[in-house]
Design a protein around this ligand. Structure first.
Ligand SMILES: NC(=O)c1ccc[n+]([C@@H]2O[C@H](COP(=O)([O-])OP(=O)(O)OC[C@H]3O[C@@H](n4cnc5c(N)ncnc54)[C@H](O)[C@@H]3O)[C@@H](O)[C@H]2O)c1
Length: 237
């Protein structure tokens, strides 16, 4: 398949996990991929090191991409962070970091790309989580950020759909990546709550998410707008 031939695609979080795998997949289908991450990104057409918490740097970064390629066709907002914390122990700093990367970063990347995506009649694929659609214990900041991504996706899809922009999101369940390992249960909690998060069958592979990103970002999903595609092996079925 060459669904991304002649397309300029931005992937955030492209240094690791789902973002890394999605960058590979979209390149293998002919896309010219710009990988953005706070860490160095390999094996893309243009690698940009950017901390999404640095909001002032987002618009100049997008301008740099448009200067280089003249257009943007797809934005995959995949960068994300998260942690478990007892509500009693959550700090403002950690809360702001999670909301800042997952929700605020997603919105301001989208805002900076919006005029270019309207011009190309392109699309955005955001990354929510089953933590944003269903209960996940000890995850108030993370769940709020991902629930926010769902609402943001639906709102931007509705606002911009008639102008030709599609905005969708994927809600992964457990996928074996770095972030998966960072969710360590806090001490002195009811461990039976872990059962809510147990994968129904097995954890996913990043490549199984990349294929979902490729679908939604491609013209194969031309009538999908504002959807939340749950990719969790059936855990929340
Ligand atoms: N792995 C899972 O089980 C799972 C489940 C649901 C949702 N998700 C979501 O999928 C997305 C990808 O996560 P992953 O599983 O590949 O984890 P990962 O940790 O392997 O990748 C996350 C990437 O985001 C980058 N990143 C983090 N903070 C950043 C910042 N401030 N600026 C720029 N880049 C930043 C990291 O450097 C990393 O490369 C995230 O949004 C995550 O919340 C993952």
């Amino acid at each position: 398949m060459n669904r991304f031939e002649d397309k300029i695609v931005i992937v955030t979080g492209a240094a690791s996990g789902i973002g890394r795998s999605t960058a590979d997949r979209l390149r293998s289908e002919g896309g010219t991929v710009v990988g953005i991450d706070r860490d160095p990104v390999d094996d893309v057409d243009m690698a940009i090191q950017l901390d999404l918490l640095d909001l002032d740097a987002i618009a100049p970064t997008v301008a740099q991409i448009v200067n280089a390629y003249g257009r943007i066709d797809v934005l995959c907002n995949i960068a994300g962070i998260g942690h478990f914390a007892r509500d009693e122990d959550e700090t403002l700093e950690a809360w702001n970091r999670v909301i800042g990367v997952n929700l605020t970063g997603t919105f301001f990347m989208s805002q900076a790309c919006l005029p270019h995506l309207l011009e190309s009649q392109g699309n955005i694929v955001n990354t929510a989580s089953t933590a944003g659609t269903h209960a996940q214990p000890w995850s108030s900041a993370y769940s709020a950020s991902k629930g926010g991504v769902v609402a943001l996706t639906q709102t931007m899809a509705s606002t911009n759909g008639r102008a030709g922009l599609r905005v969708n999101c994927i809600a992964p369940g457990g996928v074996e990546t770095e972030i998966y390992k960072q969710f360590m249960p806090p001490e002195e909690v009811d461990f039976t709550l872990m059962a809510i998060m147990e994968p129904y069958h097995r954890p996913g592979h990043a490549s199984e998410l990349a294929s979902a990103f490729a679908f939604l970002a491609s013209d194969d999903a031309s009538f999908c707008n504002g959807i939340v595609l749950r990719v969790d092996g059936g855990t929340k079925a």
